[in-house]
Unconditional design. Sequence first.
Length: 277
Amino acid sequence: MCENVECSPDSYRDQNSELGVISCHPERSRGALIIFFLFISLFSFADNSALYNEANERYKKAEYQAAIEKYELVLKSNFVSGELYFNLGNAYFKTNQIPMAILCYERAKKLMPGDEDVEFNLSIANLKIVDKIEVMPRLFFYRWADSVINIFNCDGWAIAGISSLLIAVLLFVLFRVSEREGIRKLFFYLGLVLLVFTIKSFWFANIQYKAATGENTAIIFTPTLNVKSSPDANGTNLFVLHEGTKVQLLDKVGEWSKIKLSSGFQGWVETGSFVVI
């Protein structure tokens, strides 16, 4: 069944579009410094693009561990994207490093919400772990709201909001200068609709930003983990988790963290037993 995972390099996205350069202010007094940093960023861009392309070539040749090393080098250079995590997750999956694959897919999901390839590969990887956690049912309204919010990522909703705001301003200007009553009403109400859409777009962008940058979920990396009733090694064992399971982080006391499963069960684990998504 694991052969169904969509790990083909044909599904890779163009990473070069994600690797940007420094945007500089054209002040003469800073000209030399700007040129210096511009050249540095361009060389860094070229290096990371070459590394990424080399990693893809390694993957195509089924040299998965070599591909992992190259992808990790790109990440260490602070160039991050959903596509990069997706490809890295595929390489980890191929080497049967399932917890790392799930971690990468989850990070890709945060950066590319709603991406079907990421969702599919993550579901396949989750079939390989021991724990099968039942998700608490959610009302239809909340599921529908999530599907709408996940249409775009943070940047997408921000662009949509700015675009609709500019069009709304134009419509209100036309409303002011128009003389025909019917046309004035049309411009006015269309402007109001776009204004509401602008507010919603910025709200959704904020939600997506918090989801992408938040550190309130994690993947268990300890092969077998006893979840305690209190932040203490002597606490009562409530239940057992295994590597690859996703948890929500609720609180932290010293070297212990309070977690919650999608099924609603809660408990305490040592902070070193998981990696934050």
